[in-house]
Structure formats: structure tokens, C-alpha cells
Design a protein around this ligand. Sequence first.
Ligand SMILES: [Zn+2]
Ligand SMILES: [Zn+2]
Length: 227
Amino acid sequence: MPGSLITHIFPGRCLVCGAGDQVHLGLCALCRSQIRAVPEPVCAVCGSPIPFPGICLSCQSGRPPFDRMLSAGIFDGLLKDIIHAFKYHRATAFRKPLAGLAFDMLEHAGISADMITFVPLHWTRMISRGYNQAALIARELSGYMGIDMRYDVIRKIRRTIPQVGLKRSDRIGNLRGVFRSCGVSDKSVLVVDDVITTTQTAREVSRSLKRAGASYVVFVSVGRIIR
Ligand SMILES: [Zn+2]
Ligand SMILES: [Zn+2]
């Protein structure tokens, strides 16, 4: 049903189903209950599910360039449908519940930062799509958290082919050096993306932020693909 999801825009109503019961940041209790959190415990660095609390083997053997990565839910079922409608069918009203899910999770985890920004699109893709879904979520989230929104700290300096369908080695090469950052010296930065598929994009963005002097980089996504 992706794409057929329509947005119910009535004040105080659930944006997904239109119900009016226990609506919090655009989602009713029933719709909210259909979104599955990433199962605990998760790695304290990369946020992937692990059998025991702590840091996963992969992060132990080589620390990623970001300091922390967290996701609000598993990219599946209703959350997948909402993100799909939001990203490809211009259902931009869904920015509110999507940012709401990230907000609740970040509050629970006690996360803050000096500024909020997002994974940029190349300007050519920005023109063809008309909006950057991650930027819309980030702007909403910055309002909820009371943290400065920054549009200009990360740039994507060349076009890349979509990561989906590429071999691992090609995915790494595809993104090498495509992001440039500035204006983050000694700052903690919270970077928003809609879905984390592989951590490759997050790694490249974080490398560019650290090169520009960022003191701490937290990556947050609404959805996460769990293998
Ligand atoms: Zn609902
Ligand atoms: Zn890890």
C-alpha cells in the first residue's frame, strides 16, 4: 500500500488514520503502537541490535567517524509506508509525526547538540524532487528540541548514483569525498536522515564534519533497516 497512504489533515487528529484518540505529535496511540522500536539492547555507538548491552564487535574493531547513531524505529510496516508517502508522494505533512518519533527517542536517550542539520541532496536532485525530506524532518525536530537549525554546514559536492543495488566496495567508492562541511568547529552536531540503510552515508558525512572540526557528531534517523 505504499503511496496510497493519504494524509488526514484535521487539527488534533491522527495524520495517518484520522482518529482523535490520544494524538501526540500527529499520531494516535493505535498507529503509534504499530511502529516497532529497534529492539534493545543496541550498540552504544552505532545503534544496531546486539545480544548484550555495550559496544558491538564492529565498532570495537574500528570506531566509526560518528560518535553515536540512533534510530526511532524499524523501517517496516506502517513506518515504511509513511516514509515512502512522505518521500515520493509529497505527503509533507508527515514531517510532524516523523520528527515526533525521533524527538521522543532522543529525549528518552538524553541527547542534545549545539545545532541540527541534515544529510544534503545534490542540488540537481533537489531541483527534480523539490524538497529534501531529511531537511523537513530536521526543521521540525529543531523546533521540538529548541536547537538551532543549520542549512549550510554540509554540502554534497557531486552527484552520486543511488546506493541501493551497488556492491559494498562500489558503495564506498561512490560516496568518497562527496560531502564538504564548514562552520562546525568545536560544535556538537546532530545530523538527521529519514532512513539508515547502510552506515556508509553517515560515515562520509561524519568524516566531513570531523574534518571541519566538529567535536561530536550524532546521527539520527526515523527508520532503520535491520538485517
Ligand atoms: Zn492513527
Ligand atoms: Zn556498533
